[in-house]
Design a protein around this ligand. Structure first.
Ligand SMILES: [Zn+2]
Length: 455
């Protein structure tokens, strides 16, 4: 069956054109065809903008964060939320598995967890510790299992340090993989947490001080130093939040390092640390690591996003229920970290980046889709409107407004950190591999049709 999407502004990789897109089966058959193509299905979307399906390179569906806490969204609810918001691909993070397990065990576990997904998905592997067997297995997985990026954490239960960074970067270099890193210096965060604990000051107000800008920037600097040392090995910095981190990346790029990729997240662009200063119960709903930062950090992030220094905007979607977050009101160590955002990101970013700050539609598509597809090796199947690409398309209506409220959100979570935020745009229709899965706020898709993307 062929479908024609008519009368749209179409955001191609390098320009915007007006006209029609023809879908056949799962693929884009033509853009403004010169010859007549008869289509069984015609959809007039005059006045709307068609983007390549948005990609969220940073989600945590079905995450068992600790023995006590499990993220509110599984792969079904989380991907329905993603779809309604215009995201047609997520790259989700595999969770840590018991110490000593082979890497494949947790990947296999995630293949089972992801069976309910309604959109396509990939996985970032995760590394807890590194020895010869892990290095060999990691190289095998990158080559044969369709998981070409691995994440290491410099903090939490299994902090990676210089030795691990070096081993992982050199292993991934051999097989053309990408290391993604949560950068927060474990010693610095431990130091502050110990002081606050000793003084019984683990308050929400102190929370951002327990994970200062320098904790992130120090690790970013060290990591990109090792990547450079090994011959400009690709490295991807997740959820960048501090202006000092951006400075270190900028300096390295001036020195000639080319393969540093920087992600930030919606929350660091739209929210700031003042959320921790008021009522402690409300403040606990914004518990996340790294914490929300100052207005100065926020404006540095915006500048870096607008000038191309930041490549991707993800969400780190990892929501927990209000009651669970509120456990942290008097002691932040008692509540789980993470917030929602997978559904909210596209319309809110459109408002803030395109409407308020004048970002071009092409640049918007790059940071919301194309760059992630390229960095994580699913381009041009994903991330671009091009003949032969997957027909993952988002029809955004720039003149029907959205207000974030709990009724419109499909997440299992009972609140949004963006409650009350407005956008002048809304998501009108969404296509995933040619199948329409969203129409004007209604989800039309089916559980389990999302496919694992080997990349
Ligand atoms: Zn994360």
């Amino acid at each position: 069956m062929k479908t024609r999407i008519k009368g749209a502004k179409i955001v191609l990789e390098d320009r915007v054109v007006e006209g029609d897109i023809v879908i056949e089966g799962e693929k884009i058959l033509a853009i403004n065809p010169t010859e007549t193509v008869i289509c069984e299905n015609e959809l007039d979307v005059t006045g709307c903008i068609v983007f390549p399906g948005f990609i969220d390179p940073h989600t945590h569906m079905s995450l068992q964060q600790s023995e006590q806490f499990r993220a509110a969204d599984d792969f079904y609810s989380g991907t329905v939320a993603a779809a309604l918001g215009g995201t047609t691909t997520i790259i989700d993070h595999i969770a840590f598995s018991p110490m000593g397990s082979p890497l494949m065990r947790s990947i296999e576990n995630y293949h089972t967890l992801a069976k309910g997904a309604v959109i396509d998905y990939g996985f970032h592997g995760v590394v807890q510790y590194v020895d010869d067997a892990i290095v060999d297995e990691l190289k095998h997985i990158v080559k044969s299992e369709g998981v070409s990026s691995f994440k290491a954490y410099s903090t939490y239960g299994f902090p990676s340090g210089d030795r691990e960074f070096l081993l992982l970067l050199s292993a991934l270099k051999e097989v053309d993989g990408v290391l993604t890193v949560h950068c927060e210096n474990d010693g610095i965060t431990k130091y502050y947490n110990e002081i606050f604990r000793k003084n019984k000051q683990l308050t929400m107000r102190n929370y951002p001080k327990s994970r200062p800008n320098l904790a992130e920037a120090e690790t970013v600097g060290r990591l990109i130093g090792w990547a450079d040392h090994l011959g400009d090995v690709p490295v991807y910095i997740v959820h960048t939040s501090a202006r000092e981190s951006l400075q270190r990346v900028a300096q390295a790029r001036v020195r000639g390092q080319k393969n540093i990729y920087v992600e930030t997240c919606t929350q660091y662009l739209l929210l700031d640390e003042s959320r921790y200063a008021g009522d402690a119960v409300l403040a606990s709903e914004y518990l996340m690591a790294p914490p929300l930062r100052s207005k100065a950090d926020q404006s540095a992030l915006w500048q870096a996003l607008l000038d191309g220094s930041i490549q991707t905007v993800g969400t780190d979607h990892c929501p927990f229920m209000r009651a669970e977050k509120h456990l942290g009101k008097d002691d932040y160590s008692k509540a789980p970290g993470g917030v929602a955002g997978v559904q909210e990101r596209p319309v809110l970013m459109y408002e803030e980046a395109v409407v308020k700050r004048g970002m071009s539609l092409v640049d918007f598509a790059s940071v919301m889709s194309t760059n992630a597809a390229k960095i994580f090796k699913c381009y041009p199947q994903k991330g671009v409107i091009k003949v032969g690409a997957d027909a993952d398309l988002v029809v955004l209506n720039p003149s029907v407004a959205t207000q974030v409220n709990s009724q419109m959100l499909a997440s299992n979570c009972d609140y949004s950190p963006y409650q009350g935020f407005q956008s002048s745009a809304s998501i009108e229709k969404v296509f995933s591999r040619g199948r329409q899965i969203v129409n004007a706020g209604e989800f039309l898709g089916v559980a389990g049709v999302g496919k694992f993307i080997r990349r």
